[in-house]
Design a binder for this molecule. Structure first.
Ligand code: CUA
Length: 389
């Protein structure tokens, strides 16, 4: 039975149609649904531009594919070998055809190339002068967000106003970067990002300085975060909302847990957030939280202090020392964040308890050690952290 007559058999056609329908359904099911971090939502100019290029490529690619396959299949059938057929005539060269298959691909490449280059230039352009400046520091394994003009230093949640470009300066932090412990300030960081505001200290080294990649699929493409290099990315959100982000470059054990959120607020709400963040923390007044603040500065059972790494602006230790950031997230407004530990955990008492019992058991590879805290100390610390609104 020939290939064609086999195709004409009704059973085969029905099975083929079913298979095709199932495959198409599977394909398009993946595109639908409510995926918050899809690049296809067209929420920003960036995504609209990229989506436009994607469509040109898909349409042009599909047209070329159908055209080439149609000619190929037609040729295979029309010119297939038949019994007793003489050897076909050999031909060489056809100027018209050769010009055609040079000019047509050239036109297709121009149609794809011109908007592509234009989009690249547009997305790589320096930020508008009214852009909000944010320094993004990739740590192992969490994101630090510093607002140099607002003097805000926060972690894992990047707050931005809607309708205004946000110019990100991206750096990687790790060993060898930034200052030593606050008692002995070192040289400034060799890259442009300075954690610093409001304490003025550059990022200190916890974790190795490795390559990360910053990605908020719903708002923008990716930008690598490379040790010793300063990269930039402009993002903008048109609508208020929470847009999930993720480190997209393998950077060690907890790479998959190196998440973050972009929280877009209306300009008025954003200004309110800024004002709240600029306020320092207030000393706890309630007994359990006061005890927690004591634990926070105490020499912990396994040796070391919370204050060795974590900053809390506005508070001082009992010795009158400011509590400065030294490589770990600034906790000044910790209770106001919805997530912690590289946004791998929702910020609630239960997760905090699991985290403080043994950080690495929750987020493998975490540089926060297991300090051997007693259950009582953990409860006190949680009470204290909950006051840091
Ligand atoms: Cu940082 Cu992957």
């Amino acid at each position: 039975m020939s290939f064609l007559s086999r195709l004409r058999r009704p059973g085969t056609r029905k099975a083929g149609a079913v298979a095709l329908t199932v495959a198409a359904a599977a394909l398009f099911a993946a595109c639908g649904g409510n995926h918050p971090d899809s690049i296809f939502h067209q929420r920003t100019d960036f995504n609209r531009d990229v989506d436009f290029l994607f469509r040109i490529l898909i349409i042009a690619g599909t047209a070329v594919f159908i055209f080439v396959e149609a000619i190929l299949i037609w040729t295979l059938i029309r010119f297939r070998a038949r019994p007793g057929q003489p050897e076909p005539e050999h031909v060489h060269g056809n100027t018209t055809l050769e010009i055609a298959w040079t000019v047509i691909p050239l036109l297709i490449l121009i149609v794809i190339g011109v908007p592509t280059v234009r989009t690249i230039v547009k997305t790589q352009a320096a930020a508008r002068s009214d852009a909000l400046q944010v320094e993004v520091v990739g740590h192992q394994w969490w994101w630090e967000f510093d607002y140099p003009d607002q003097k805000i230093d926060t972690a894992n949640e990047l707050y931005i106003p809607t309708g205004r470009p946000v110019y990100l300066t991206l750096c990687a932090a790790g060993f060898g970067y930034g200052a030593g412990p606050p008692s002995e300030p070192g040289p400034p960081a060799p890259n442009a990002c300075q954690t610093g505001p409001p304490d003025g200290f550059p990022p200190a080294g916890i974790g190795a300085s490795v390559i990360h990649s910053f990605w908020v699929p719903a708002l923008a493409g990716t930008q690598d975060v490379v040790p010793g290099l300063t990269n930039h990315l402009t993002i903008q959100a048109d609508e208020p909302g929470v847009y999930p982000g993720q480190c997209k470059e393998f950077c060690g054990y907890a790479h998959a847990e190196m998440k973050f959120k972009v929280v877009a607020l209306s300009p008025a709400d954003f200004e309110q957030w800024v004002a709240e963040q600029q306020a320092g923390a207030e000393a706890p007044t309630q007994t359990e939280a006061e005890k927690g603040f004591q634990v926070f500065q105490a020499n912990l059972p396994a040796g070391g202090h919370c204050t060795d790494c974590h900053a809390i602006d506005g508070l001082e230790t009992d010795q009158g020392q400011p509590i400065l950031s030294n490589g770990a997230p600034n906790l000044t407004h910790f209770a106001g964040r919805s997530c912690f530990a590289g946004c791998s955990l929702a910020n609630n008492d239960e997760n905090l308890r699991r985290w403080l019992e043994d950080p690495s058991a929750v987020k493998y590879g975490s540089f926060m050690p297991d300090y051997g805290l007693s259950p009582e100390q953990i409860d006190q610390l949680i009470a204290f952290l909950n006051t840091l609104e």
